[in-house]
Design a protein around this ligand. Structure first.
Ligand SMILES: Nc1ccn([C@@H]2O[C@H](COP(=O)(O)OP(=O)(O)OP(=O)(O)O)[C@@H](O)[C@H]2O)c(=O)n1
Ligand SMILES: C[C@](O)(CO)[C@H](O)COP(=O)(O)O
Length: 396
């Protein structure tokens, strides 16, 4: 008998607004978990299974560059398609794109669930031998309260027959495609595909879900996801400091904190000589015991001539993420007589935050003069001092 083709739709077209409540600028599916973006993890969970025929990702129209920068390359990964305004609409776009390939079975997966296990996926597929649809679910273990105003309890519900739904949800392709097409004509939205199947009269089974198969929805879910990944590794806080000097030379602007500030001189250096970013880079590298900026970007290497120092800062941030850590906060003080820094601080916080994928509220940029003393007072150069606090898995 011919083996059934199994296609996967990963819906990643959401904006992740709830998860961005911590000020993060990256949509949740593009944020890193221990150095690997959530969406890359989700897709990889399926590409790692040899019996999966193809994986199709449904992305937001504004995220094409972000998706491309994941750099995912696999013969079984189809070019992404664009989703719609709701999860339901995005799934339908995925189903429409797969229809010409005539899949036997389709698994529909939230991009925001990076921990679907081979066991759960296999159980969903196995249940499709006897049912039209199947989903992983976990029996509810908390007592369930109903409230009319979100505050005062109205009733306590019987939880004995309740379960919390997860993904992937699996279906026979033709049946779920036709159910979704019909559901799209209704004024209401369904929150999962199993509900659409139920509404269409299909028989849907539940298989045992997995406690770690969480949906990243709120900012604190990232911390939980990191805990899952590190096998509950003990995290510890590390502190690093950085210090940098640069001399002035004739010019018309300085780069500071990733921002170009017009000035009657420029800072002399191999790269763009951004003292603030160099001090921050060294502070992060110091916190994780990774040497200093010169080790990673030697001045003797011509490719860094005139380079934007955001490259150095991003490299340090990437090393933290790869080690399963996260930057808690950064603090930099720039010491100079001129130019005046205060009005540029918000722009610097924005550039640094975007470079490292952290909220600007975690970054302090301060400035002071040297009261006209010494080489800074004579405007021969400037200095920056930084400290970084980083949370890292304990390894010793
Ligand atoms: N228009 C949409 C909305 C959601 N999704 C996807 O559906 C999954 C589950 O949705 P949810 O967790 O609610 O994600 P978001 O809609 O992105 O979150 P929020 O509601 O906080 O903005 C996510 O992988 C999300 O990317 C989608 O493909 N298209
Ligand atoms: C499909 C789902 O993951 C099942 O739990 C969930 O319903 C999707 O979340 P949303 O917030 O309703 O989009």
């Amino acid at each position: 008998m011919r083996q059934k083709s199994i296609f996967v739709i990963v819906v990643a077209a959401g904006k992740g607004e709830r998860a961005s409540a911590d000020g993060s600028t990256d949509p949740k599916q593009y944020r890193s978990l221990a150095g690997i973006p959530v969406l890359a993890r989700t897709i990889r969970a399926f590409l790692d299974l040899p019996y999966v025929t193809n994986v199709l990702t449904v992305i937001h129209p504004d995220h094409a560059d972000r998706y491309a920068s994941l750099g995912l390359a696999d013969d079984r990964l189809l070019p992404p398609v664009t989703g719609g305004a709701s999860r339901q609409a995005s799934v339908l776009e995925g189903l429409k794109a797969l229809a010409p390939l005539r899949p036997d079975l389709v698994l529909i997966q939230d991009a925001a669930r990076p921990f679907a296990t081979p066991q759960v996926i296999g159980d969903v597929i196995a249940a499709l031998d006897q049912y039209d649809g199947a989903l992983p679910a976990l029996p509810v273990t908390d007592t369930i309260k109903r409230s009319l105003d979100g505050r005062q309890v109205a009733t306590t519900e019987d939880r004995s027959q309740l379960a919390a739904a997860q993904t992937p949800q699996g279906f026979r392709f033709g049946q779920i495609f036709s159910a979704h097409m019909r559901a799209a004509t209704l004024p209401r939205q369904f929150t999962d595909d199993a509900e659409i199947a139920e509404w269409a009269g299909l028989r849907v089974a539940m298989v045992m879900g997995d406690r770690d198969n969480i949906k990243i929805t709120h900012p604190q879910d990232f911390a939980q996801a990191e805990r899952i990944l590190s096998g509950d590794a003990i995290m510890e806080t590390r502190i690093g400091s950085g210090f940098d000097f640069h001399q002035f030379e004739p010019g018309d602007a300085v780069w500071l904190g990733g921002v170009r500030i017009p000035h009657h001189a420029k800072l002399k250096g191999h790269s763009d000589a951004d003292v603030a970013l160099h001090a921050l880079t060294d502070a992060i590298l110091g916190a994780i015991g990774e040497g200093d900026i010169g080790v990673h970007f030697p001045p003797s290497d011509m490719q860094w001539q005139g380079a934007a120092s955001t490259i150095f800062l991003k490299h340090a941030g990437d090393l933290v993420a790869k080690a399963g850590g996260r930057i808690v906060n950064l603090d930099v003080t720039i010491v100079c007589e001129a130019p005046k820094i205060a009005s540029h601080v918000p722009a610097m916080q924005r550039v640094i935050g975007e470079t490292l994928g952290i909220a600007p509220t975690r970054i302090a940029v301060k400035a002071t003069t040297s009261e006209k003393l010494g080489f800074i007072g004579r405007e021969e150069g400037m200095v920056a001092m930084a400290s970084a606090s980083v949370e890292m898995p304990r390894v010793d």
